[in-house]
Design a protein around this ligand. Structure first.
Ligand code: IP8
Length: 266
């Protein structure tokens, strides 16, 4: 692998799609974000994006996460994977037209889970891409599962797995809030943003995050944090920023000071 440790950027599905719609892509946001990625020109970058209103409603409709229970779900599994490739195509379009050497890597073709956790990952091709300073682009996907038949593999789990496997220098999580708060900012007017948290501090507020954030955001944020903790434990810093706001992804990628929450081991 090239000596430069990779940077991993997660682009949240709630940023690039309208989660209240179905198959509702925010193409202008995708373009603006990819412009920022292109401008930052990070040497070894891996991008992972979420499912938003593409993957989630379809996965829910056919109960894909719980696994294969009846044959009629197979078409739903195929459809869930397919709509993710459609969203991925939009992200890829923007990347390629902005001259980013980005290559789509389909998680369901190189990863198998066991009870929802990544068990097998054929990484030969991804390693070679990194060696050549190409930018692999992955996404949350409907994947085969050794115990369940199939399931949903979140982009967050992929981020954490890749970060640990390739010893990333940092993870940038682009979400639709400004970072982690001590209370739900949609409810508590004086909610305070944590600019910096150590792993110990994060673990101490973990329960609080779940209780106090809005239902929608909560699951997402709590799930994210739970996935990311093993990467932070390995010494990989995580920056959570609002990707819906201009220039935050750019600043986080180039290491400039930016509003958000930085989580570090100590
Ligand atoms: O949005 C889930 O990925 P996430 C992808 O990163 C699907 O949790 C297919 C629902």
């Amino acid at each position: 692998m090239s000596e430069t440790k990779p940077t991993i950027l997660k682009i949240g599905g709630s940023v690039i799609t309208d989660k209240n719609g179905e198959l509702a892509a925010r193409t202008e946001v995708i373009n603006r974000l990819i412009e920022e990625v292109a401008k930052a020109n990070v040497k070894n970058l891996i991008i992972v994006h979420g499912g938003g209103s593409f993957g989630h409603p379809t996965a829910q409709k056919y109960s894909i996460k719980d696994g294969l229970k009846e044959p009629s779900q197979k078409a739903g599994f195929a459809e869930t994977h397919h709509v993710m490739t459609v969203l991925n195509g939009l992200v890829m379009d923007a990347l390629v037209w902005h001259n980013v050497p980005a290559i789509s890597v389909t998680p369901s073709s190189c990863m198998i889970t066991e009870n929802g956790r990544i068990k097998f990952f054929e990484d030969t091709i991804l390693k070679m891409m990194l060696k050549m300073s190409l930018t692999p682009v992955l996404y949350g996907d409907a994947t085969l599962d050794e115990k369940l038949g199939f399931t949903i593999l979140s982009g967050d789990q992929i981020v954490s797995h890749l970060a640990r496997k390739f010893n990333a220098c940092k993870i940038v999580m682009g979400v639709d809030t400004d970072g982690l708060y001590d209370a739900d900012p949609n409810v508590a007017k004086n909610a305070k943003l944590y600019p910096h948290l150590t792993l110990g501090e994060l673990k101490a507020i973990q329960g609080k995050l779940g209780k106090s954030t809005a239902a929608d955001v909560t699951g997402g944020m709590l799930g994210k944090i739970t996935e990311l903790i093993p990467a932070v434990e390995q010494g990989i810093p995580v920056t959570i920023i609002n990707a819906a706001k201009s220039n935050r992804v750019y600043k986080a990628l180039i290491g400039e000071k930016v509003e958000g929450t930085i989580i570090e081991k100590d």
